[in-house]
Each structure stands twice: as structure tokens, then as C-alpha cells.
Design a protein around this ligand. Sequence first.
Ligand SMILES: Cc1cc2nc3c(=O)[nH]c(=O)nc-3n(C[C@H](O)[C@H](O)[C@H](O)COP(=O)(O)OP(=O)(O)OC[C@H]3O[C@@H](n4cnc5c(N)ncnc54)[C@H](O)[C@@H]3O)c2cc1C
Length: 233
Amino acid sequence: MRNNNKPEVKLISKPDNMLKTIYTACRTCYSADTPLNIYDKDVTEEKMLSLIKRVIGSGHYSTIEHIQVSFAISNISRACTHQLVRHRHMSFSQKSQRYVEEKGQFDYLIPYTIEKNEELKGKFEKYMSQISNMYLELTQAGIPAEDARAVLPNACATSMVISTNLRELIHVANLRLCTRAQQEIRMLISQMCNALTESEPWLKEYLVPKCERLGFCDEDKSCGRKPQLESLK
Ligand SMILES: Cc1cc2nc3c(=O)[nH]c(=O)nc-3n(C[C@H](O)[C@H](O)[C@H](O)COP(=O)(O)OP(=O)(O)OC[C@H]3O[C@@H](n4cnc5c(N)ncnc54)[C@H](O)[C@@H]3O)c2cc1C
């Protein structure tokens, strides 16, 4: 079955005391007091944010590694997850094509550049149906799913639970929200960031394309959002 092209994303786990945890980590570095005393003291959100932003601003990113968040994600393509799993500090649990055998037409995503071309879209859908027939012919002949999947395309829909610490999420957002990244992964990361900033709006300034944080573009081919590094030299 052909899916709509929007990833389904839900933030399923996040510490309630995110700010206080990061603040305690930051303050511990510069205080004679114990972390426990620092944690137990009443501090305003404004004061916590002021220290946290200074510490992040000076590149002491280990302080935000204490925060772990998890997302339940579905309706993304295997092409997209192949890009995601390159991020080595994220943790993944993905629907298996070995243990979950397709019983009919597999779900798939149509890239939006194909979706908007009626003629190519029709051919694409027909091709997915042919692939499905081949897959079913293999499994019905007793070929195990782990081998029959060899014919399945990058467009196959999949699902994942992704967990990451905050430092890695910011790094991934900086890379994958850039217009040089593929549209599908940009949409996915954007939805993950939005899910988190709903309850943690102070993170909005960090969960941006890298050019927003650098102030310039370091890509060979620029979208023009910021001046290229070369032009600033
Ligand atoms: C627009 C775009 C295009 C891309 N095109 C291609 C492509 O054509 N071909 C391709 O193969 N990949 C491609 N990639 C993937 C890219 O090369 C990286 O593998 C991926 O983005 C993971 O990034 P990372 O290594 O910075 O981050 P992560 O794996 O998320 O790691 C985060 C950071 O930890 C540190 N780190 C992690 N592991 C190590 C290590 N072993 N040694 C030292 N430091 C480490 C680094 O500072 C790293 O930046 C592309 C990525 C993007 C965003």
C-alpha cells in the first residue's frame, strides 16, 4: 500500500527535569558545592538558562549529554533510515525485514519529486506492485523473508524507535536540517525537533541548520541562506 509522505513522529521519553539536570551539570564544574546541594537549591528558570546558554556557547557540550530523549517513528523509507543510522551516537531499534514477512503489497513512500509528476508516479506505483509480486513469489516458494527482501526497494516504509542524547540531536539537526540534506530526512528531523521544542522551547535556537549557528555556509553548493565561508575571507 502506498503511504502518504509524512513521517509519524512522537516523543515518547524525555526527562521531566531536563533544565535542572543540565544546570546541575554546568554548575558543578564551577562550584565548590556538591552536585546534590546544587540540584536541591531553588533556582529560577531564567538563572538556569543563563548559565546553560553560556556553557553551551563556549562549546562545553558534555553537559548536555546527560539528557536522553526517545522518539517513536513510522512511515519513513529505508532510504531515510539508512542515512539516519550513520549517526553513531544515536540508538536505533528498527522493524526487521527478516522477522516481519510482507503478506501483500508492502508499504512504501513516494519521494515528493516523483509524487508531483503524475506520469512518473503511475509508473513508480506499477513498479512497486511488480516488486511485490516478485517478493511474494519468492516467499510463497519457501524462500525465507531474510533472502526474499533482497528485491525490496529503498522506498519501503519502515519504523523505528530512536534514542539520543541532546548533544547528538543538536549535531544531527545542524546537519540534517540543512537544505543540502534530502527532503525526507529534513522533514523527519524537523518533526522530531518540533516534538521536543513544544515542551522545551529554549532549544529552538540550537535545533537549526548548521549555518544558523555558524553564521555562514560551509557547504560547497550553498542554498544562499547565509554567505559562503569563502566569500567572508
Ligand atoms: C548532506 C549530507 C550528505 C551526505 N552525503 C554522504 C555521501 O555521499 N556518502 C556517505 O558515505 N555519507 C554521506 N553523508 C553522511 C556523513 O558523511 C556522515 O556519515 C553522517 O552525516 C554522520 O555524521 P557525523 O559523522 O558528523 O556524526 P555522528 O556519527 O552523528 O557523530 C557525531 C560526531 O561525533 C564524532 N565522532 C563520531 N564517531 C567518531 C569517530 N569514529 N572518530 C572521531 N570522531 C567521531 C564526530 O565529531 C562526529 O561529528 C552525508 C551527510 C549529509 C548531512
